[in-house]
Design a protein around this ligand. Structure first.
Ligand SMILES: Cc1cc2nc3c(=O)[nH]c(=O)nc-3n(C[C@H](O)[C@H](O)[C@H](O)COP(=O)(O)OP(=O)(O)OC[C@H]3O[C@@H](n4cnc5c(N)ncnc54)[C@H](O)[C@@H]3O)c2cc1C
Length: 427
């Protein structure tokens, strides 16, 4: 949709092939949270695809780092430099289809197969496949050099809820992340749901075989939410009061599954020898831990709309591969960020998080990584660069020690007085 709107704006003739009508999208199961961060929100708005001014923007993120006994070791709380936005993709896809058609795109409904692609490749300057990661499998070859994993690193559960108790946890007016390292990460995202409007989309990532790996038998939204409430009571009790009264926004707004992150070669060759370009999840598929998939799809659409327009054609396989390599020079940071978060935090990263719990400027810089993952490199992922980064901000080893002692004292006071800390950052 984004690529179509961008190409139409640049003067191309566009045909969009979709397996669903706008009405089908509205009647569909719930789709992933797909929270977009600042630059991508702005780009879609610039293309005139922001139809939900009433949807709550996420302007801050509050992260709690839990210990195994349910205490909050420390919290990081800071604004995002630009607001993020999560709108139900059923609404976005349905409105987007109608909108690009109204702007002159030919919209053709029907599932596209390999034969169709061959026919379309013969009659168009370029065919771009953005069919996600479940369809047309095998068309784009795995790129072993760029792929890190061969198996899922997390089990996923997502549910959209309303009826939660905001008064119990005002932090939930904005985004909240709850991490119990090695066991579970929960993302509570302000969400504009097709039916319920203002709601929260909760994305749960659990370590396979770990204490929170309990969604395997879930077959409905209600069951899934009950399982989640049990896990929260036991492992993240800080969130119990907020979640207890919550209800699913509908029986279909939930997902469970797992993803094997993979990077594929961007040009697929059809049986006839003709070729197509792949974008989005069809080519770069990440675990949603860092919330990069939909952001990446929009980044790619933006990059290629500009490149195709500048070049004008012909779009040979080698030109497309070369342009994708160019995109990857920055694009790899989203995959590196996603894969980096899937790994256990290093000591240096823990020190950054600790510093961020005391210094809003550091926390803000950390959150900017969701919008622009390249901004986290090398300082969040290479130890020497981390130390330099902290030193430049006047955070020395003694300060880190002081922060650690503060965390120890906070945990002790929670134990003694059964009082959660979860304080916000101070500068
Ligand atoms: C639980 C969860 C939470 C997530 N949260 C985030 C997040 O917060 N932020 C983020 O950036 N990403 C997130 N993601 C990832 C994000 O949803 C995807 O990366 C993104 O939607 C990919 O966009 P896409 O356009 O490549 O593919 P899709 O969104 O999958 O769209 C593909 C489209 O093609 C259509 N289609 C498929 N096959 C065919 C066919 N053969 N013929 C015609 N049409 C076809 C489909 O109907 C669909 O409309 C999350 C993922 C999960 C699982």
């Amino acid at each position: 949709m984004v690529l179509s709107a961008a190409l139409l704006r640049a003067g191309w003739r566009v045909s969009l092939y979709s397996d669903r009508t706008p009405e089908d999208h509205l009647g569909d199961r719930g789709r992933p949270t797909a929270c977009l961060f600042g630059d991508q929100v702005e780009y879609e708005a610039e293309l005139g695809l922001d139809f939900w001014p009433e949807a709550s923007r996420m302007r801050r993120i509050h992260l709690d780092l839990f210990t195994d006994d349910g205490a909050v070791a420390f919290s990081v709380d800071a604004p995002l430099r630009k607001p993020a936005l999560a709108v139900d993709q059923r609404l976005k896809f349905s409105s987007g289809l109608r909108e690009v058609e109204a702007r002159g795109a030919e919209v053709v409904i029907g599932t596209v197969g390999l034969d169709d692609l061959d026919r379309l490749a013969a009659s168009h300057d370029l065919v771009v496949v953005t069919a996600g990661h479940k369809s047309l499998r095998g068309l784009f070859e795995r790129d072993d050099a760029r792929s890190v994993h061969t198996a899922p690193q997390r089990k996923l559960f997502m549910i959209n809820v309303h009826g939660y108790d905001l008064a119990a946890r005002p932090e939930h007016r904005e985004g909240v992340f709850s991490f119990l390292p090695g066991t579970i990460e929960v993302f509570w995202i302000p969400f504009h749901d097709k039916d319920a409007g203002e709601s929260r989309s909760i994305v749960v990532e659990v370590a396979p075989g770990g204490k929170a790996d309990r969604f395997g038998d879930v077959t409905s939204a209600d069951e899934g939410l009950d399982v989640l409430k049990g896990i929260v009571d036991e492992l993240l009790p800080h969130e119990s009061a907020f979640l207890r009264p919550a209800r699913p926004t509908s029986p279909v707004t939930w997902i469970k599954g797992e993803i094997t992150p993979v990077v594929r070669k961007p040009v697929g060759v059809l049986p006839s020898g003709r070729h197509v370009l792949g974008l989005g999840d069809a080519v770069v598929l990440n675990d949603p831990l860092a919330g990069q998939g939909a952001n990446n799809a929009t980044r790619m659409a933006r990059f290629f709309a500009d490149e195709l327009t500048r070049h004008g054609g012909p779009f040979t396989a080698s030109w497309l591969t070369e342009r994708f390599d160019r995109w990857w020079e920055r694009g790899h940071y989203a995959s590196d960020f996603s894969n980096g978060l899937l790994a256990p935090l290093t000591d240096a990263q823990k020190e950054v998080m600790l510093a961020a719990s005391r210094r809003e400027d550091i926390a803000e810089q950390l959150w900017e990584g969701f919008n622009d993952p390249s901004s986290l490199f090398p300082w969040f992922f290479e130890e020497t660069a981390t130390r330099e980064f902290l030193a430049r901000r006047d955070v020395g080893r003694l300060d880190v020690l002081r922060y650690k002692l503060g965390v120890g004292a906070g945990l002790l006071s929670q134990k003694l007085f059964r009082r959660p800390v979860g304080g916000t950052a101070t500068t």
